[in-house]
Write a protein that binds this ligand. Structure first.
Ligand SMILES: C[S@@+](CC[C@H](N)C(=O)[O-])C[C@H]1O[C@@H](n2cnc3c(N)ncnc32)[C@H](O)[C@@H]1O
Length: 303
């Protein structure tokens, strides 16, 4: 079994031998510092009863570490050539299943068979099984992957992923800051979120233009259960931040167009004590949750 060595020269040699070059449209920035590959795997605190989804197999360096520590690994790679290389590197690891193709069906949904395959693997392991996403994510699809996974059942118990630093800062942002928005609220409504490590460009080959971060998200099942309708919640939260410069009232009126009248919107806002000049970004995650739930109930009563 080959243990891929991750140095820039090893990787470039390996790709050159195969007649390949990193493809920037697929976000192919490979981690070349083995300690950081370990940091990602270790931050997930894997057990042999865990099922891990990795999106972006690359040449399989993180995959092999996940395979050592977890019960089963499902890894998806869009690039046919890299999928082929990784299949050679990871041959002889019976707990690894490699899929070739796009992990996303479209921006709003994941490839259909992913959750089925994860569920099957979890059933084989039994009631102890957890589901984790551990990956050095392709940056252009990191948001839809994380957001869509949170809609799934099961959703990952833990996600440890490398993403752009700017995206990580939006995910963990506090109310009243410039980074706080729909994504912060959507993720913090369901998970505890922490930045594990900031990574500069030089730990990747080729070097990306921006800093990255390893982030860990722990699903909080009671937070998820407290949201009556996840799809309604997600869509409404997005709409509340659609025009950031506008007041909350105006965003709610637009979001509820043809569903609630202005007086009905005002009644909801007044009942929660939100004045005319409050902006969505001033409200805490909990206040936004209360508002969305009040709108949902008002809408159900109005209909
Ligand atoms: C940042 S690289 C990470 C590679 C490797 N895991 C590592 O840590 O070095 C991202 C990988 O995701 C793959 N990829 C990009 N878009 C994808 C998609 N939509 N579905 C599946 N894989 C994708 C790229 O081809 C690339 O190999």
């Amino acid at each position: 079994m080959n243990q891929p060595r991750q140095t820039a020269s090893y990787l470039s040699k390996r790709l050159t031998e195969a007649g390949l070059r990193p493809v920037s449209k697929y976000g192919q920035n490979f981690l070349i510092d083995l300690n950081l590959v370990d940091l990602i795997a270790n931050s997930a605190e894997l057990r042999k009863t865990d099922v891990v989804l990795e999106i972006g197999t690359g040449v399989g360096s993180l995959t092999s570490r996940l395979s050592d520590a977890a019960g089963a690994v499902l890894s998806v790679e869009i690039d046919k050539n890299l999928h082929q290389l990784a299949s050679e590197e990871l041959a002889g690891r019976p707990n690894v299943k490699l899929l070739q193709g796009d992990a996303l069906r479209n921006k709003n949904s994941l490839r259909a068979d992913l959750i089925e395959l994860i569920t099957e693997a979890m059933q084989r392991i039994g009631s102890e099984a957890r589901f984790l996403l551990v990956a050095n994510l392709p940056y252009n699809v990191a948001t839809p992957i994380i957001s869509n996974l949170l809609h799934q059942s099961p959703a990952p118990d833990v996600m440890v992923v490398t993403i752009q630093k700017e995206l990580a800062e939006r995910i963990v942002a506090e109310p009243g800051t410039k980074d706080y928005g729909a994504l912060s609220i959507w993720i913090q409504s369901l998970c505890r979120a922490e930045i594990v490590r900031i990574l500069g460009p030089k730990v990747f080959w080729p070097r990306p233009k921006v800093d990255s971060a390893v982030i860990r998200l722990d699903l909080e099942p009671q937070r998820r259960d407290a949201i009556a309708d996840l799809d309604y919640f997600h869509q409404t939260v997005r709409a509340l931040f659609f025009h950031r410069r506008k007041f909350l009232r105006s965003n709610v009126i637009s979001a509820m167009k043809n569903r609630l009248s202005k007086p009905q919107v005002d009644e909801v806002l007044q009942s929660l004590g939100h004045g005319e000049t409050v902006r969505a970004e001033e409200l805490s995650v909990q206040q936004i949750q209360q508002l969305v739930e009040a709108l949902r109930i008002a809408e159900a009563n109005a209909g």
